[in-house]
Design a protein around this ligand. Structure first.
Ligand code: FAD
Ligand code: NAD
Length: 484
């Protein structure tokens, strides 16, 4: 048995764990990272990156077939999905290799193997016993299993769906949440017939109906079939069975019914931590109920998003280094990479409640959006009535994911409607950043002003005449030292 002593032991090398370890290394903390499968976790290997790669392949392929309306005939475009998967895998390899290099650069010791927690200061990894001062739990999440649909054969999970060897004739997707919609739309664009089966009354049930409506219209246009308020009972002989109604013949079933924190199989129960439902409970410092045992990322519950895990990981590393830090963001923006995309940050109108105003601006009112075939969707802003403090943003439309940083930044900075509306943006500069200006992105610069125009449209609708001078330029007053 080899004994290893370390200041910080990070269990799990996903975006939460590897970022925490790198940051800790940068801060001079003696750090050891334990990873059972592949560095990069769900995000780099079977989540965010591969799914966005597949969505890109699907989008490019679909464009070749859908440009006829514009008078463009691309001929007989064919898909070599094996090559597409190889391209995606090469991209993943490049990123995970980069993570390994960064860990090495910052002198993080990486142990490849399954970590078994013995107590709050000791983890066993094969023949190595690691003793630590601080234990950071970053073991992530796993797909929610459906007893009626065990994985195997034609029934697959998202990881398999990201590495197809062939595109099925008819794919049924069980669960029309983030994964179901992103991958369902991608498979449709890759040529499959797709049916989305959802237990609740609308797709993406966590969003309000107007926000989801443009996506539903697009699903109809693409020919994606919907079965709402439907629960599955099993899959037998090529037929998907439902609790009610006739079965549906299909070639493959993708189960995408949510994710749950990984809490079993590695001795977590030995710590007897306080739980929040199925997640490990943490406070605003990411501390668990046991001293010097920290937890971050999907293990700590919703929202299960990579950028939350990353931000928490940085916060923990800095606290272990003795910095005064908390993890208390005003918002964690979320983007759904559907067609069209959805972005939300902060409170929806319903969540904000009385004392707030909302205004939205449709892309259809923007001529440039129409010339880009991007006339579907809108931008919506929610702000306090009394001082115009912005409390939430929502948008649905082509390329609106690029607004996520702008929205989050305005919320974090406590911007008012007039602050964002009064920001002057350079033109044309696809790389500009900052509140209102971070809307541009690589390769999409031609439409960034369109999205920005609709942001300002929503802001102007929210600002009533005469309000402007009263609330304007709060940032300027900040800079002059007159903080209100
Ligand atoms: P994980 O990334 O799950 O990493 C945990 C790691 O811990 C794993 O590598 C695992 O092997 C390791 N581990 C677990 N137990 C042990 C043990 N006992 N010993 C050693 N190692 C262990 N989020 C977004 O923000 N944007 C997206 O576009 C997005 N798309 C997604 C698409 C899909 C298909 C999926 C499935 C998820 C997506 N997510 C997305 C969610 C995102 O992947 C997760 O929120 C993120 O990966 C969580 O990071 P984490 O570090 O908490 O855990
Ligand atoms: P989800 O919670 O987004 O959606 C699951 C859906 O399945 C829900 O709509 C739910 O009502 C439905 N459902 C559950 N049981 C069902 C059943 N028996 N029959 C039919 N429908 C059923 O979960 P997901 O799509 O699996 O994604 C998991 C998590 O991964 C997300 O919550 C998100 O945190 C993360 N993710 C994020 C992104 C992104 O940021 N773009 C993309 C993919 C995944």
């Amino acid at each position: 048995m080899q004994r290893i002593d370390t200041q910080l032991l990070v269990l799990g090398g996903g975006p939460g764990g590897y970022v925490a370890a790198i940051r800790a290394g940068q801060l001079g903390i003696d750090t050891t990272l334990v990873e059972a499968t592949a560095l990069g976790g769900t995000c780099l290997n079977v989540g965010c990156i591969p799914s966005k790669a597949l969505i890109h392949v699907a989008e490019q392929f679909h464009l070749l077939h859908s440009a006829a309306e514009l008078g463009i005939r691309a001929g007989d475009a064919r898909l070599d999905i094996t090559q597409s998967v190889q391209w995606k895998n090469a991209l993943v390899d490049r990123l995970t290799t980069g993570v390994a290099a960064l860990l090495k650069k910052h002198k993080v010791k990486v142990l490849h193997g399954h970590g078994e927690i013995l107590d709050g200061k000791t983890v066993q990894v094969g023949e190595q016993r690691v003793h630590c001062e601080h234990l950071l739990l970053a073991t992530g999440s796993q797909a929610q299993a459906l007893p009626a649909l065990p994985l195997g054969g034609a029934v697959i999970g998202s990881s398999q769906a990201l590495s197809p060897s062939a595109i099925p004739g008819h794919l049924c997707v069980v669960g029309a949440g983030y994964i179901g919609l992103e991958l369902g739309i991608a498979y449709r664009k890759l040529g499959a017939q797709v049916t989305l089966v959802e237990a609740q009354g609308q797709v993406l049930p966590s969003y309000d109906a107007p926000l989801v409506q443009p996506v539903v219209q697009r699903l109809e246009a693409l020919g994606v079939a919907l079965r709402l308020n439907t629960r599955v009972a099993g899959f037998e002989q090529g037929q998907l069975l439902f609790e009610q109604g006739p079965p549906l013949a299909c070639d493959q079933v993708l189960v995408a019914a949510g994710r749950v924190p990984c809490t079993a199989g590695y001795g977590l129960e030995r710590l007897d931590l306080r739980m929040a439902g199925r997640a490990v409970a943490i406070d605003e410092h990411c501390r668990t109920s046991m001293r010097n045992v920290w937890a971050i990322g999907d293990l700590t519950g919703e929202p299960m998003l990579a950028h939350r895990a990353v931000a928490q990981g940085e916060a923990v590393a800095e606290q272990v280094a003795g910095h005064a830090r908390r993890f208390e963001p005003r918002c964690i923006p979320a983007v759904c990479y559907t067609d069209p995309e959805i972005v939300v940050a902060g409170l929806s109108p319903d969540e904000a409640g009385p004392g707030h105003r909302q205004a939205s601006f449709p892309f259809a009112a923007n001529g440039r959006a129409l010339t880009l075939q991007a006339g579907s969707g809108f931008v919506r802003v929610v702000a306090r009535e009394d001082n115009h403090l912005i409390v939430g943003w929502q948008a649905v439309g082509a390329g609106v994911s690029e607004l996520a940083s702008t929205f989050a930044q305005s919320l974090e900075m406590g911007a008012r409607l007039e602050d964002v509306a009064g920001t002057v943006h350079a033109h044309p500069d696809p790389g500009r950043g900052g509140a209102g200006g971070g809307v541009a992105g690589a390769g999409q610069g031609h439409s960034c002003l369109t999205r920005l125009g609709c942001v300002n449209g929503a802001l102007n609708r929210a600002i009533e005449k005469g309000d402007c001078q009263q609330h304007r330029h709060r940032f300027h007053r900040h800079r002059g030292g007159e903080v209100q």
